[in-house]
Design a protein around this ligand. Structure first.
Ligand SMILES: C[S@@+](CC[C@H](N)C(=O)[O-])C[C@H]1O[C@@H](n2cnc3c(N)ncnc32)[C@H](O)[C@@H]1O
Length: 241
């Protein structure tokens, strides 16, 4: 399986017209001339929920647990319209794996989306010719742990929306408590927005509650958090021992 699909719709939300590519090439030429060592890269942070670098990370991490036959299903806590979820299901299917994708969300936050969130998600799966995931609609306090699979091989937590830091931290701590014991040995948990400014530099720390919760939860555990380069967005993961 090649991974060029991550550059195309619906895995990216960018529908780049050939004329805009000409503009991008022109600007990049100027940037090269100025020796700034920066280029424009394909992400629109007003609509894209992940960057191309993060999609590369997700692709390899999920592939690893599938090829390694780690026991359990794949879940995402905070799926919104499913940009990450589509990639997860695509990788599951390309591996001819029988794992099920479970998605959890209140489906009540719109961000810049005007349409019905759940409907957009299901239509995207349909138009990408992917099997529909199992949706668990409601607040996590209603669906976790009640609707969690018994075993997990891959977990993506992405429930930040720039809200109250302490509240977000506590939501994550509650999730970790339920997810961690269900993760099989070798299972991976990816944390969107995990940002360590000492390593990542001084980018936009959108949801600082992620690092606070994760560091507190892992403090007495053998697992170690590993930061992954995501360009405009941040994330990190740990692998269950
Ligand atoms: C940044 S978005 C997720 C983006 C998604 N991973 C994607 O690829 O498009 C965060 C999501 O978390 C959900 N969320 C936040 N807190 C929640 C909670 N306590 N219970 C259920 N869903 C929650 C929001 O509804 C929102 O859709």
């Amino acid at each position: 399986m090649d991974n060029y699909f991550i550059t195309k719709i619906p895995y990216t939300k960018l529908n780049t017209k050939p004329s805009s590519l000409k503009v991008v090439r022109f600007i990049n030429k100027g940037l090269r001339f100025l020796k700034l060592r920066y280029m424009l890269s394909p992400v629109d942070t007003t609509v894209d929920m992940n960057t191309i670098e993060q999609r590369i990370n997700y692709y390899h991490l999920l592939n690893q647990v599938l090829v390694g036959q780690v026991e359990g299903d794949v879940i995402e806590l905070g799926c919104f319209t499913g940009q990450c979820a589509l990639l997860f299901q695509k990788v599951i299917e390309e591996n001819q794996s029988n794992k099920t994708l479970h998605l959890y969300d209140s489906f009540e936050i719109q961000f810049s989306e005007k349409r019905d969130i759940k409907k957009v998600l299901l239509e995207s799966f349909q138009s990408a010719h992917l099997k529909a995931p199992i949706l668990h609609a409601g607040l996590f306090s209603e669906t976790v742990p009640a609707k969690l699979p018994k075993k997990l091989c891959f977990v993506h937590i992405d429930c930040g929306h720039g809200g109250n830091v302490e509240e977000h931290k506590n939501i994550l701590l509650d999730l970790f408590k339920e997810i961690y014991p269900r993760m099989s040995a070798g299972a991976i948990c990816v944390l969107m927005d995990y940002n360590d400014p000492q390593i990542n530099g001084t980018g936009h720390n959108a949801n600082p509650g992620v690092k606070l919760a994760c560091d507190e939860f892992l403090a007495d555990k053998p697992e170690e958090i590993i930061l992954l380069y995501g360009n405009q967005y941040y994330h990190a993961y740990f692998r269950k021992q």
